[in-house]
Design a protein around this ligand. Structure first.
Ligand SMILES: [Zn+2]
Length: 292
């Protein structure tokens, strides 16, 4: 049985055929809309512990990166206006130095990634959050580091994890699923003579981008790739365990999960997965340490 990257439908054979016809039409529409169809592919190389799941990619990286760059520029400008952008030069320098050490190692998973227009900013806010938008646009909220008293190793684990979402293009995949679903509905309406036709695809893509909530599969992939990046950059991957312990502790003491966990579902078996990956990534960490 081959692995499918298409959205799941629990449907009868007839319905499946109907959906697959619609999907073909949707594909044709996307092509005619000039959306640069990529179809089923894997965004990353295998690495040591990486992922090779096939992904549904209906929108080009370039389109999504343009949208991400715009959203990021707005976020940065808003933070600056509010006097919250990189207010602590020592902290900003610390986070940027960790990113700079990790960035070259992204080549293990994607040759193009070290050449991305990477950007790292720290926003002075109590939010316990961090993210990396498509194309390498990183934000750390100071609250995450200060309130959880994160070590450099723990910051590196968060950084590696967030960068891995971008390397695997999980947002692009989510946008693709949203487009596939919406276009399918609209094609159906068009067939029934209800008008409509091609949807406002750019709008769909934007909404899916800003409201990104990652799936369990995405999280697991980001943990795997992220831990390898952390180790290759010479940061101790065992910090992944203490990081998630701190996250869970913050979650129970606040009475509500940190912002980071609202977009990153917490699971206790996450720590188990990290523990199970340590034998594979510790030698990478030790080799990096020997190289200095
Ligand atoms: Zn994540």
């Amino acid at each position: 049985m081959t692995e499918s990257c298409l959205p799941n439908f629990s449907a009868t054979g007839e319905e499946r055929q109907f959906f697959s016809t619609l999907r073909l039409l949707a594909t044709a529409l996307l092509v005619s809309a000039g959306l640069g169809l990529t179809g089923c592919a894997s965004t990353t190389e295998r690495g040591t512990v990486g992922a090779d799941r096939k992904q549904l990619l209906l929108i080009s990286s370039e389109q999504l990166e343009q949208m991400a760059a715009k959203s990021y520029a707005k976020l940065r400008a808003d933070a600056f206006r509010q006097g919250k952008l990189n207010t602590d030069p020592v902290l900003t320098q610390r986070v940027r130095a960790i990113a700079a050490r990790i960035e070259p190692h992204t080549a293990v998973f994607r040759r193009d990634a070290p050449g991305w227009k990477w950007e790292v900013n720290v926003i002075n806010s109590n939010e316990l959050n961090a993210f990396c938008m498509p194309g390498g646009k990183i934000v750390f909220y100071a609250g995450l580091i200060r309130q959880l008293n994160l070590s450099d190793n723990e910051i590196a684990v968060v950084m590696g994890h967030e960068i891995s979402h971008a390397l695997r293009e999980h947002s692009r995949e989510q946008v693709s699923r949203a487009i596939a679903a919406q276009t399918t509905i609209d094609v159906g309406a068009a067939l029934l003579g209800l008008g409509g036709g091609a949807a406002d695809l750019a709008n769909t893509a934007y909404e899916a981008l800003v409201a990104t909530k990652f799936s369990r599969v995405d999280e697991s992939e980001a943990d795997r790739l992220g831990l390898e990046l952390t180790a290759r950059a010479g940061y101790d991957p065992r910090a992944g365990i203490t990081l998630w312990q701190k996250m869970m502790k913050a979650s129970s003491s606040r009475g509500s999960p940190p912002e980071f966990l609202s977009t990153h579902p917490a699971e206790t078996n996450r720590i188990q997965q990290i523990e199970s990956l340590l034998p594979a990534v510790m030698p990478l960490y030790e080799a990096a340490r020997r190289r200095g």
